[in-house]
Write a protein that binds this ligand. Structure first.
Ligand code: MN
Length: 318
């Protein structure tokens, strides 16, 4: 399959690299490394709708400023590569039309819940990140990694492992990180850019959300509700909720950390983290997906009703 994917890239005329909605470091790093490898005939599509963008902290990465968005992407691609996209419903609006019209569709991912929605699927469930999957692909075909490519892969792996903290980190993950460092990746500088250059608004907003949290069921569940009004008050962007779950999970007895965010049309976006339990079991009930310790879903109910439904389900897993 890996050989076939490189052949498809070789013979393609126009390639569209699709990131998942609400792009994170892994999908962006993966898209940038492919763009860097493929060159001029490839475009990156950031699946962000009007007025939205990718998280500001990643603006140091190459090619993102020239990436297409859902508004300006044209249907001119014969080959589409999805990176870190867990399921077909994570490809939205006109991106779906382009996906359906392409001669070859490729899906490169590491989500266990990925069912293989493209013609050519290279999904290694349980691997730390799509960046790690891509590194193995390049290495297996003896492709040379430039420093630019190595930087992108490092962003993927660093951010999707929570700075090498999660169980998905294997000796191989660390070996890959070491190889990237040997190529010349400035690991300290990338870590600083990803974690220590947040806006004041983001940190203050997060502090507010954390201080609003409720901790229930013998301190096993911590959750916080974020209304559209809260977002407005702080001038918060969607990306500013990243990391709140992790703070709640870091409280000693907490097993489940949950962030529920009002998201228009009477629906609620849910992010969940756990220490030991499999949260995909919970979000599956609401058609969500993700990883064992980090998953999400959207519940088509207003904030408070969504909370009650979700808590009913979570309590079954304590
Ligand atoms: Mn990922």
């Amino acid at each position: 399959m890996i050989k076939k994917i490189f052949e498809l890239i070789e013979s393609a005329k126009k390639v569209l690299i699709i990131t998942h909605v609400n792009p994170d470091g892994d999908t962006l790093g993966s898209a940038c490394v492919l763009k860097s490898y493929i060159g001029g005939k490839a475009d990156i599509l950031l699946q962000v709708s009007k007025g939205k963008s990718y998280p500001e902290i990643y603006s140091f990465m190459p090619y993102l400023s020239e990436a297409k968005t859902l508004e300006n992407v044209e249907n001119i691609y014969d080959t589409v590569i999805c990176v870190d996209v867990a399921s077909i419903d994570r490809i939205v609006e006109n991106a779906r039309e382009i996906f359906n019209a392409a001669k070859a569709t490729i899906n490169i991912d590491h989500h266990k819940t990925n069912k293989g929605f493209a013609q050519y699927n290279h999904v290694i469930g349980g691997i730390s990140s799509t960046g790690e999957v891509l590194f193995e692909m390049f290495e297996s075909q003896n492709k040379n990694l430039t420093l630019e490519m190595a930087n992108c892969l490092y962003v993927s792996i660093l951010t999707d492992t929570g700075c090498f903290k999660y169980e998905t980190v294997t000796p191989r993950t660390l070996e890959i990180a070491a190889k990237l460092a040997k190529i010349g990746v400035d690991t300290a500088s990338i870590a600083r850019k990803c974690y220590d250059l947040k806006s004041k608004a983001m940190v203050m907003f997060q502090a507010y959300c954390v201080s609003n949290a409720q901790i229930i069921c013998n301190d096993k569940i911590a959750y916080t509700l974020i209304s559209a009004k809260d977002m407005q008050k702080f001038g918060a962007k969607d990306e500013h909720t990243e990391g709140i779950c992790e703070v709640l999970r870091s409280i000693k007895p907490v097993e489940f950390a949950i962030v529920l965010k009002e998201s228009g049309n009477n629906s609620t976006k849910v992010s969940m983290r756990s220490k030991e339990k499999d949260v995909t079991e919970i979000v599956k009930k609401f058609n969500g997906g993700g990883h064992i310790r980090a998953a999400g879903c959207t519940i088509k109910k207003p904030l408070n009703e969504a909370l009650l439904c979700l808590l009913d389900e979570v309590k079954k897993h304590i």
